[in-house]
Write a protein of this length. Structure first.
Length: 343
C-alpha cells in the first residue's frame, strides 16, 4: 500500500477499532474517554503506515464536486426545527445527484462575516435562510464571487432569492379566523422582528384586521423565539389579559404546539373556547388533538429550488431567475371553529 493511499479506515482495520474511534484520536477530540493503550496503538499505526490527513482530505475533495454551505440564522432550536429538516430533505437529492457536499452552519451572532465563513469551510457555494434585517454584512454577499442563494427575502439585495409571500400567507390565515366570526384574534409572532419573515407575517395579521375594520390591539400580540417553550409562555401571557382572545394565530407550528398546551393548562377547550391556527404545516400538526389548522409552507420545495439554483450558478448557466416565490395553501383542520354566540 502506498503511503499516499492510507486512510483512516485502513488504520481502523489494522487496530481492530471503529473508524469513529480513529477519528476521535487523530483529531484529539475533547471529552472522549478512549483508553490510553488504544490511543497509543492508533497513533503508532498511523505513524507506521505514513498516514497523512491532508492526503485523505484531497481524496475526499476529488470525490466531491463542490461544497455548499447552508447558513441558518436561528435560535438554539436549529437541530430540532422541522422547517430546517424539510429544507435539507429537498436539497439532499439535488446535491447527491451532482456529488455536492452540504455543510450546515448555524450562525447566532447579529452580524456575520460571510467571507470568513466561506474561507473557513472551503465553500464553493452558499445558501442563507432566516435572513435578518439587522445583519448588515449581507450587503456584501454579491461581492463574494461565488454562487449564493438567499432562502427568504432581503430587500435591495442583489442576490438570488427564493421565498413565499409571508404577508399574503399570514393574511389568509387571519382572514379565515375572522371569517368564522372571531373579532379578538391574537398573534404570537414566531421570532424577533429583525427577521424578515416575522415582519411579513405580522404585517399580514395587521392587514387582515384592517380589511375587516378591526382595530389593531398591541395587547393581543407577543413576540416569541421559534420554540415551543416561548409559544407556551406567550400564550399564557395573552390568556392572562383582562379580555382574552377568541382566536389565536401562531407564527409557526412550533409556537402553536406550545400555545396549545398553555390553552389546555388554562382549562380551555379547542376550538369550543378558543380557535388556534399555525404556520408551516410541520408533520406533527395533523396528528394533534384536535388537528391543527395551519398554512402549508413548501419547505422541501424551497430547499430543492435553492439547491438547483446554486448548481445552475456553479455551472455558469445564464438567465437564472433572480427571485422566485413559491405558493402556499391553507390546510383547514379541526382546531378552528365558529365564534360563540354572544362572545
Amino acid at each position: 500500500m502506498r503511503k499516499s493511499e492510507v486512510s483512516s479506515k485502513d488504520i481502523a482495520d489494522a487496530c481492530g477499532v471503529s473508524r469513529t474511534t480513529v477519528s476521535f484520536v487523530l483529531n484529539n477530540t475533547p471529552g472522549k474517554a478512549i483508553p490510553g493503550e488504544t490511543r497509543e496503538r492508533i497513533l503508532e499505526t498511523a505513524r507506521s503506515l505514513g498516514y497523512s490527513p491532508d492526503a485523505e482530505a484531497r481524496r475526499i475533495a476529488k470525490r466531491t464536486r463542490a461544497t455548499i454551505g447552508l447558513v441558518v440564522n436561528h435560535s438554539d432550536s436549529i437541530y430540532s426545527d422541522a422547517y430546517i429538516l424539510r429544507l435539507i430533505e429537498g436539497m439532499a437529492p439535488v446535491f447527491n445527484k451532482k456529488r455536492c457536499r452540504l455543510v450546515l452552519l448555524p450562525i447566532r451572532q447579529r452580524e456575520t462575516d460571510y467571507g470568513e465563513v466561506v474561507k473557513a469551510h472551503g465553500l464553493d457555494g452558499l445558501m442563507i435562510t432566516n435572513a435578518r434585517a439587522d445583519d448588515k454584512a449581507m450587503r456584501a454577499l454579491a461581492g463574494l464571487g461565488l454562487p449564493c442563494v438567499v432562502i427568504g427575502t432581503v430587500e435591495g439585495l442583489d442576490t438570488l432569492q427564493i421565498d413565499i409571500d409571508n404577508e399574503a400567507a399570514a393574511f389568509a390565515v387571519v382572514d379565515y379566523l375572522l371569517s368564522l366570526g372571531h373579532r379578538r384574534v391574537a398573534m404570537i409572532v414566531h421570532a424577533s422582528l429583525s427577521y424578515f419573515a416575522a415582519t411579513g407575517r405580522l404585517g399580514g395579521y395587521r392587514r387582515a384586521l384592517e380589511t375587516r375594520g378591526i382595530a389593531f390591539d398591541e395587547r393581543l400580540v407577543r413576540v416569541a423565539d421559534f420554540t415551543e417553550a416561548s409559544g407556551y409562555a406567550s400564550a399564557k401571557s395573552i390568556l392572562a389579559e383582562e379580555s382574552a382572545p377568541e382566536a389565536l394565530f401562531a407564527g409557526n407550528d412550533a409556537i402553536a404546539y406550545g400555545a396549545v398546551q398553555a390553552i389546555l393548562d388554562a382549562g380551555l377547550r379547542i376550538p369550543d373556547d378558543i380557535s388556534i391556527a399555525g404556520f408551516d404545516d410541520d408533520f406533527p400538526s395533523r396528528f394533534l388533538e384536535p388537528a391543527l389548522t395551519t398554512m402549508t409552507l413548501p419547505a422541501a420545495s424551497l430547499g430543492e429550488h435553492a439547491a438547483a439554483k446554486v448548481i445552475d450558478l456553479l455551472d455558469g448557466i445564464e438567465g437564472v431567475e433572480r427571485r422566485t416565490i413559491l405558493p402556499t395553501s391553507l390546510s383547514i383542520r379541526d382546531s378552528c371553529g365558529p365564534a360563540r354566540v354572544g362572545a
